[in-house]
Design a protein around this ligand. Structure first.
Ligand code: RIB
Length: 345
């Protein structure tokens, strides 16, 4: 049987309240008594019952992280940053995958609230109805939205400067001389991806003599990238460069292009977004927009812990982290791409 606080009180000859204050660094316990109680607790192999303590303090010292799908390595890095920051703040992290399914997401929220979670970080609130958002806001638990722009004033947000990232990709490809450029991305309601698309399209439109880019939307996964690339290559064989909305989509694009006998970058230039660790080891190494994933996770926990501490003052905080273009070997000037198109025509 696990030792309880009562056992420690009996063994150490002090009352339960003194044991509790000694173990929790509380007031009014002298040094010798505290050391004695701690020694008895160690001898009895005592572990505090967090659930019982949570009932008293109203805190569980755990935070929830709801992502769309941890299989996207982007979220693994965000989760790692969040976990390290949570641990530094004496909290555990509970991970949930929503699959962007609003019902599943709300079931997780409910279950986390029942566990008296201290705060929730969510990646995918855009799929929630107004009613569900109101429910979340009324839960009394701090919420931080990850990857969402600051337009939502009810909740705090942490995201990268997605619009600037899209513009960086556009200017880079223009600088190499590309004019027939496509963007493959996810659903319109996915705020961070839409910001990337907007930055990209605006930067292209600002350039002289630039044709309208082709923008195709689908799933923002490896399979989604491959599927959109096949459609693009069928319908627009003259495209010489692709900006994929994230790295896993870019890997799918590369897979589809290679299947068609195309070479990257000789026949098709490719830019991704995220700067996953894998983007260095794929062939050719992927030019991509870096977003600070680990830092985003730790920033979200930082905001959450502050909100959890200042329970009375739930003033939303919005943090936007900078992005940069990492140039590797998946892009070159479009001469070969144009040649390929003319050979096909
Ligand atoms: O939600 C999917 C995407 O959004 C990730 O790949 C990453 O780019 C994130 O910002």
């Amino acid at each position: 049987m696990a030792a309880t606080i009562k056992d420690i009180a009996r063994e150490s000859g002090v009352n339960i309240s003194t044991v509790s204050r000694a173990l929790n660094n509380g007031y009014g316990v002298n040094y010798q008594t505290r050391e004695h109680v701690i020694a008895v607790a160690a001898r009895l192999n005592y572990h505090p019952n967090r659930i019982a303590r949570g009932l008293v303090t109203g805190r569980s010292h755990s935070l929830g992280l709801i992502v769309s799908d941890i299989r996207n390595p982007f979220f693994a890095e965000v989760a790692r940053g969040a976990e390290d920051a949570a641990r530094a703040g004496n909290c555990d992290l509970v991970l949930c995958n929503s699959d962007l399914d609003a019902d599943k997401q709300m079931q997780y929220v409910q279950s986390l609230l029942e566990k008296r979670i201290d705060g929730i970080m969510m990646n995918s609130v855009s799929a929630l109805s107004r009613e569900q958002q109101a429910q979340l806001a009324g839960s009394g638990v701090p919420i931080v939205l990850l990857n969402r722009p600051a337009s939502n004033h009810t909740f705090s947000t942490v995201c990268a400067d997605n619009e600037a990232g899209g513009a960086l990709a556009a200017r880079y490809l223009l600088g190499l001389g590309h004019r027939k450029i496509a963007h493959l991305t996810g659903p319109r309601q996915h705020g961070n991806l839409s910001d990337r698309a907007q930055g990209f399209v605006r930067a292209l439109q600002a350039a002289e003599h630039q044709e309208q880019p082709v923008v195709l939307r689908g799933k923002f996964t490896f399979e989604g990238g491959a599927e959109l690339a096949r459609k693009l290559l069928d319908e627009h064989p003259d495209v010489t460069a692709i900006f994929a909305a994230n790295d896993v989509m870019a890997f799918g694009v590369a897979h589809a292009a290679i299947d068609r006998g195309l070479r990257i970058p000789e026949d098709l230039s490719l830019v991704g977004f995220d700067n996953l660790q894998f983007s260095v080891i794929v062939h050719p190494p992927l030019t991509t927009i870096h977003q600070p994933k680990y830092e985003m996770g730790s920033a979200a926990v930082d905001v959450l812990l502050r909100l959890a501490r200042d329970k009375g003052k739930q003033i939303p905080e919005h943090r936007r982290l900078g992005v940069e273009l990492i140039e590797r070997q998946s892009c070159m000037e479009p001469r070969a791409g144009l040649l390929r198109a003319s050979q096909r025509a």
